[in-house]
Design a binder for this molecule. Sequence first.
Ligand code: ADP
Length: 479
Amino acid sequence: MSDPHLNLINGAWVPGDHLSENRNPSDLADLIGLYAAGTAGDVTAAAGAAAAAQPGWFAAGPQARADLLDRIATRIEAEATDIATMLAREEGKILPEALAEARRAAQIFRFFAGEALRMSGEALASVRPGVDIEVTREPVGVVGLITPWNFPAAIPAWKIAPALAYGNAVVLKPAELVPGTAHMLARIIHEAGCPAGVFNLVMGPGSVVGRAMVEAPQIGAISFTGSVPTGRAIARAAAERMKKVQLEMGGKNPMVVLDDADLPTAVAACLNGAFFSTGQRCTASSRLIVQAGIHDAFVAELTRQMIALRVGPALAPDSQIGPAVSAQQLAGNLSYVDLARAEGCEVVGGERLDLPTEGHFQRPALFLNARNDMRVAREEIFGPCAAVIRVADFDEALAVANDSDFGLSAGICTTSLRHAREFRRQARAGMVMVNLPTAGVDYHVPFGGTKGSSLGPREQGRHAAEFYTTVKTSYSFAG
Ligand code: ADP
C-alpha cells in the first residue's frame, strides 16, 4: 500500500486531521489506500489560498489557461489506464467503462482549453448618442466543487475544467468513497504546472468539509452533484449567504417503448440505460414504460438478456456489471427489491450474489407490473433495478413519463417520426433521447434537468459559462 494521500492546499500536500480507508467494493480485503480527511480549517486555508491566487490566474490570460488545460488533458490521456484501474477499483465500474470515463475526462479538459480562448462578449451601440456598451464575462472568483462517487473522473473534470478555463480558482471536495481518482487528477493538475492556490483538493466528509465550503466567505459559487437532500441543504445555506449554486441531483428517468419500436434497439437501449454502471447513474432508465402490444415480447427479451449479464469484480475481464459502491448502497437496493414485491410487482432477478471475493454484488432486477404511483416508480434507487409499467398508447406513455418529481433525462424507442417529434417537444426533462439509452454521453453539449433534478445553469459545453462567469455591462462616453 502506498503512503497516505494528502490534500493539496496552496500548492503543497498537507495532512488532514485523520486518515480514511479507501476499500474496493469488488473485494473488501483490498485496501486501496489511506486518504487525508480534511477539517473546516483546511477549507479556510484552501479558500484563502484560492482567493489570493485567482486574480493572477485570470490576469495570466486565455493562452496560459488554455495551455494548462491542454497539458492536463495530455497527462490524463497518458495515465488513462492507471486512472481507470483506480476508478474501477474504488467505485466498482467495470474497466472498459472506467477507461471510457478517464478518456472522457481528458476530452473535457481539451474542450475547455479551446473554450478559454473563446471567452467572448458583445459590443452594442447605446440608445444615447456617443455612448458605447460592452458586455463582458468575468470569472466568479473562487468556486467550490462538491462531487459524488458515481463518476469519480468525469464529474470533477466537467466542473474543474470550465472553472479554470474561465479564470476561477477551485476548491474540490470529492465524495468520501472515491478519493483515489480525485487525488490522481489533483496530482496531474499540480504536475502540469497549475500555479499554487489556483486548484486545491480537500478530501473528507461532506458534513465537515462540504459544509465548510458552503460557509467559506471567499467561495462565491458552489457546484454540487449528489443527492436531493444534500442539494436542498446546500441551496438553503447558499441562499442565506447569497452564493451562486448549481445543483445536479437525482433522476427517475422514463424510457418509453412503443409498439412500433425496433425490438432489438429498444432492448439494447433499456439494458444499457437501466443496468450498465450497475444502475449507479442519475440518468439511469429506471422506469420502462411499455405499450401493451410489444410489452410481452419486450419483457421476455429484456429478461433473457438481463439474466445473462455477468455480474462480477470490476477488474475481471469478463464482468459486465460490477458491484454496488458500498454496503449501504447494496442494502438500499435490496430493500427496494423487497418493497417492489410488497407493492405487488413480480420481481425478476435482484438477489444478492456471493462471489469468490467478498463484495457488494447483486443481480440486476426488473419490477414487472409496476404502477407509476408505487414508491419503486417514484423514488430514485441508484442501483440496477428498473420498474416496467404497461401503458395503452402514446398519450398515456407521455403522461406517465412526465408524472415524476424529477426531470433529468427521458427516452423513447419508436420508428414513428411523429411520436419521436412529439415526445422530444413534450417530455419534461432536460435531455431527451430517441432510440438511445437515457445516459448523457457527449461532453460538448449541456447536461442537466428540470423539476427536482437540477437547479441553476446547465453544466458542460459552452453553456458552462453561465455558471462559471458573471456578466459585466460597461458604458463609455468618449466625450
Ligand atoms: P450520494 O448519495 O451520492 O453520496 P450525497 O449528497 O450524500 O450523495 O453526497 C454528494 C457529495 O456531497 C459528497 O461529496 C458528499 O460528501 C457531499 N456532502 C454530503 N453532505 C454535505 C453537506 N451537508 N454539505 C456539503 N456537502 C455535503
